[in-house]
Write a protein that binds this ligand. Structure first.
Ligand SMILES: *[C@@H]1O[C@H](CO)[C@@H](O)[C@H](O)[C@H]1NC(C)=O
Ligand SMILES: *[C@@H]1O[C@H](CO)[C@@H](O)[C@H](O)[C@H]1NC(C)=O
Ligand SMILES: *[C@@H]1O[C@H](CO)[C@@H](O)[C@H](O)[C@H]1NC(C)=O
Ligand SMILES: *[C@@H]1O[C@H](CO)[C@@H](O)[C@H](O)[C@H]1NC(C)=O
Ligand SMILES: *[C@@H]1O[C@H](CO)[C@@H](O)[C@H](O)[C@H]1NC(C)=O
Ligand SMILES: *[C@@H]1O[C@H](CO)[C@@H](O)[C@H](O)[C@H]1NC(C)=O
Ligand SMILES: *[C@@H]1O[C@H](CO)[C@@H](O)[C@H](O)[C@H]1NC(C)=O
Ligand SMILES: *[C@@H]1O[C@H](CO)[C@@H](O)[C@H](O)[C@H]1NC(C)=O
Ligand SMILES: *[C@@H]1O[C@H](CO)[C@@H](O)[C@H](O)[C@H]1NC(C)=O
Ligand SMILES: *[C@@H]1O[C@H](CO)[C@@H](O)[C@H](O)[C@H]1NC(C)=O
Ligand SMILES: *[C@@H]1O[C@H](CO)[C@@H](O)[C@H](O)[C@H]1NC(C)=O
Ligand SMILES: *[C@@H]1O[C@H](CO)[C@@H](O)[C@H](O)[C@H]1NC(C)=O
Length: 740
């Protein structure tokens, strides 16, 4: 995707080229320049040894042609000296030597070795390229410090050293490069108070210092940088307060100081800047009732995106928020809304994302939310909202994609508001006090991916009718009063794309036919669904704005960790199912977790379970199973948690390290099971486990349910996100893979 950054960069370069290459005249290469270029090329073994390699376009560099016509080379049309060399994404796989022939090209004004697999240090010899205007060494593996000598490149307008492994302080001499317009040092390990030295760079337009270890504060001298349009200071250790008067940054349209330690009061003056589009103040220590000051700002810019999350703001939410486009006030201490929000009615609110989660709101849901007809994302989770969910939410379902209201005190029924909700994908109303049935209108949401109604008081039959929704991935009905059968011969089983189903702690009953699981294709094969990728990149909080490196806000790199994409789980525990465990369970080769505990399943554990090569947790405890534990389960190498306790199993415990590692209690209360000496200790000779029932305690409260953990934090991005530690009963700790 092409972000605004890219556009700006593009035009920047175009203007530069137009400036330096205005007259297209034939030029002939000077021999010293040609020789320097060839010598430079030959400094890289990877080019020397593969002159014809596909990945290098430098094979055209030969003595029989004019070097000014070589690809990636441009000359001054009068002198025939090389003024531009761009070798982006050509793998050089080497260091830049201090005596490189490159430094003989003393007229170079533009050099790009972007993404060229360069490692080692940046040589001081760059001082020889005193005409450089553009220097791009980004996306390499350069180490060491930025050389002092860069401060000699007095014509430099564009400096990009981002995405390397540079350390130490940025030399103060960079602050002398008064022509600098564009400085990108992001994604390194740089330290120190760089901002102190940038105060004279009055031409500065784009500054990106994100993802380093810079510290210090924003100096007063910054008020002179009136051309600044984009400032990224995010993910550093900048501290202290923001300048009291930021109104001088008249050109500012992007201001990002996320994840630092800025403190003090809300920078009201910032919001008088006319072009401001995106403001990220999240994850700092800002305090006070700041945002309420919005109401004093008469010229509040419209279409602004404002992220104030993870601070310590309190007081009421100002009624002027309707002027914003995306709003993230999450993780603060807001407790109420400013009076007369009916003002919203008069305007045409354009809010598309509203995140008020994890605050201290209480009382009924504000009715004016129903006026936000452009809303795509609404998160009110983790507050103390009470009363019922208003019917009028129906008015905003046309655009709505995600409705998150979990962990409040909502009561009444879930209203049937999804009749016209063509974009609706995620419903999470878990942990409330809702009653009644699942709203039938959900059937009209053809893009629905997730339904989570966990821990309410819903009383309904199994929603067979959702089975036809092709995108439905995750269905959580856990801890309600659902009842009846999962299977009727006249109803299709459906749910082909289910990845996670948790219907535990309900009153489901009946038996399941042996073929029951055979239609759940998404648990059978690991073929990735196209929409997984879409969901990951979903434009929540403007993820589409920048490239993946800079996923905004709660994207991949912050509080979310990804659940493994291949996570598949079934939890039918604590219901009243009976009959055989369906043999077709053995088809679900991608299954990671299977919990059938606390039912009345009878007969043998199906041999087919041994096909589930990816299984990591298996719990069939507290049923009426008989026969032997299938011997082949011993070969399931990922199976780290099992529980067979409280059944009528008999015969030997299978060999295999997975079994030997289990707690004794995982087999208890199966009087005719034997072979437990190694697991339970030598003292248990016969009927070892029965006596141990003291050891049997109910799973403790702090035990986090694995599915809940897997989805609790990021329903907005649930297909890919989630979890660090998951705790299992019996002290098992499960570390899920962290991506990134
Ligand atoms: C060149 O490309 C072809 C096909 O893309 C590949 O088979 C070959 O190995 C490549 N040669 C080199 C030297 O990389
Ligand atoms: C030198 O490069 C030119 C293209 O720039 C090509 O036409 C010519 O064949 C090359 N000559 C040799 C000897 O490789
Ligand atoms: C860097 O270059 C490689 C090819 O050499 C390419 O696959 C990769 O996407 C490039 N990375 C960036 C960030 O441009
Ligand atoms: C890069 O160079 C190192 C040795 O310096 C070599 O081991 C490695 O294979 C090279 N990588 C490529 C992609 O040529
Ligand atoms: C840098 O320039 C000086 C003087 O022009 C020259 O003596 C020196 O060789 C150059 N260094 C390199 C690495 O080319
Ligand atoms: C580079 O800058 C330093 C001061 O920072 C100065 O002493 C030196 O003469 C400069 N070198 C050149 C070649 O301009
Ligand atoms: C800015 O320039 C002035 C005059 O050259 C100098 O005195 C001052 O130290 C410079 N400030 C910074 C932060 O480099
Ligand atoms: C801003 O620039 C002016 C003119 O160069 C200078 O006099 C003034 O001291 C600067 N302000 C700050 C706070 O550095
Ligand atoms: C903002 O408005 C309130 C009352 O509406 C007033 O008390 C306060 O002084 C104003 N603040 C500023 C900075 O104007
Ligand atoms: C939940 O809401 C009810 C009224 O509906 C109220 O009585 C109760 O105190 C609330 N509980 C909490 C924890 O806020
Ligand atoms: C689904 O939508 C159609 C047409 O919009 C409507 O007639 C029907 O009642 C809806 N179904 C449900 C269950 O709401
Ligand atoms: C299976 O479910 C039961 C009841 O919900 C629970 O106590 C047990 O810890 C679960 N087993 C696993 C392995 O998660």
């Amino acid at each position: 995707m092409v972000g605004r950054h890219c556009y700006s960069y593009f035009f920047f370069l175009i203007s530069l080229l137009l400036g330096t290459l205005a007259s297209p005249t034939l030029s002939y290469c000077r021999h010293d320049q040609r020789d320097a270029l060839l010598k430079f090329r030959d400094e890289f073994p990877i080019l020397r040894h593969n002159p014809d390699a596909n990945d290098t376009s430098l094979s055209s560099w030969n003595k029989s042609s004019d070097c000014c016509s070589w690809v990636e080379v441009k000359c001054d049309d009068k002198s025939g000296e090389v003024i531009s060399l761009e070798l982006p994404s050509i793998s050089l796989n080497s260091t830049l030597k201090p005596n490189s022939a490159l430094f003989k090209l003393q007229r170079l004004s533009k050099l790009s070795l972007y993404n060229s697999s360069l490692y080692g240090e940046i040589p001081s010899s760059f001082r020889n390229l005193s005409r450089l205007e553009v220097l791009d060494l980004s996306h390499n593996a350069l180490v060491g410090q930025i050389p002092e000598s860069l401060g000699n490149l007095s014509h430099l307008t564009y400096l990009d050293l981002s995405n390397n492994r540079l350390v130490g302080q940025v030399p103060a001499s960079v602050g002398k490069l008064s022509s600098l317009e564009w400085v990108v040092l992001s994604d390194n390990h740089l330290v120190g108070n760089i901002l102190a030295s940038l105060g004279n760079l009055t031409q500065l337009y784009y500054l990106n210092l994100g993802h380093n270890k810079f510290s210090g504060n924003i100096p007063v001298s910054f008020v002179n940088l009136t051309k600044l349009a984009e400032v990224h200071l995010n993910n550093n250790y900048f501290e202290s307060t923001l300048p009291v008067d930021m109104s001088g940054f008249q050109g500012l349209d992007y201001f990002d100081v996320r994840e630092n330690s800025f403190s003090g009061s809300f920078p009201t003056s910032l919001f008088t800047v006319p072009n401001l589009m995106k403001v990220f103040l999240g994850e700092n220590q800002f305090t006070g009732t700041g945002p309420i000051e919005f109401r004093n700002i008469s010229l509040l810019p419209s279409s602004i995106v404002l992220y104030l999350d993870h601070n310590k703001f309190d007081g009421p939410v100002p009624r002027t928020i309707y002027k914003f486009l995306d709003i993230d006030f999450s993780y603060n201490s807001f407790s109420s809304f400013e009076k007369s929000p009916s003002k919203v009615l008069d305007e045409s609110p354009q809010i598309t994302q509203l995140d008020l989660s994890s605050n201290s709101f209480q009382g009924p849901l504000p009715q004016w939310i129903c006026n936000l007809r452009s809303l795509e994302f609404l998160d009110l989770s983790n507050n103390r909202f009470s009363g019922s969910i208003p019917q009028c939410l129906r008015d905003l379902t046309v655009s709505l994609e995600e409705l998150l209201m979990s962990n409040n005190n909502l009561s009444g029924t879930l209203p049937d508001i999804f009749v016209n909700a063509p974009n609706f994908k995620v419903l999470d109303v878990s942990h409330n006090r809702l009653e009644g049935k699942l709203p039938k209108s959900l059937i009209n949401c053809s893009l629905l991916q997730m339904v989570n109604v966990r821990s309410n008081k819903l009383k309904d039959e199994y929603p067979f009718w959702l089975g036809s929704l092709q995108s439905l991935n995750v269905l959580i009905l856990r801890s309600n009063q659902f009842y009846g059968q999962l299977y009727h011969s006249h109803a299709s089983i459906g749910f082909q794309n289910l990845r996670v189903i948790d219907i535990s702690h309900n009153s489901f009953t009946g038996s399941l036919p042996s073929f029951y699981f055979s239609s759940w294709h998404n648990m059978v094969t690991s073929v990735q669904q196209a929409y997984d990728d879409e969901t990951l990149g979903s434009p929540r909080f403007g993820i589409d704005y920048h490239n993946s490196m800079e996923m905004v806000h709660k994207g991949v790199d912050t509080e979310f960790e990804r659940i493994r994409r291949d996570f598949r789980a079934i939890d039918f525990s604590r219901n009243a199912f009976f009959g055989n465990i369906p043999e077709s369970i053995g088809l679900l080769k991608e299954l990671r977790v299977l919990n059938l505990s606390g039912n009345q399943f009878t007969n043998n554990i199906p041999q087919s379970l041994a096909n589930l090569k990816n299984l990591e947790a298996l719990d069939v405890s507290r049923n009426k199973l008989s026969g032997q534990i299938p011997r082949d389960l011993g070969s399931l190498s990922f199976l780290s948690v099992m529980d067979f306790s409280h059944n009528n199993l008999q015969g030997p415990i299978p060999l295999g390290t997975q079994f030997q590692r289990q707690k004794c209690s995982s087999f208890m209360d199966n009087p005719r099971l034997y072979g437990l000496n190694e697991i339970c200790g030598e003292t248990h000779v016969s009927n070892p486990i029965q006596q141990e029932s003291d050891d049997l305690s109910e799973p403790k409260e702090q035990v986090v349910n694995w599915i809940a953990a897997a989805i609790a934090y990021g329903p907005g991005v649930f297909c890919g996100m989630v979890i660090g530690h998951i705790f299992f009963p019996h002290g098992h700790e499960w570390f899920m893979e962290k991506f990134h």
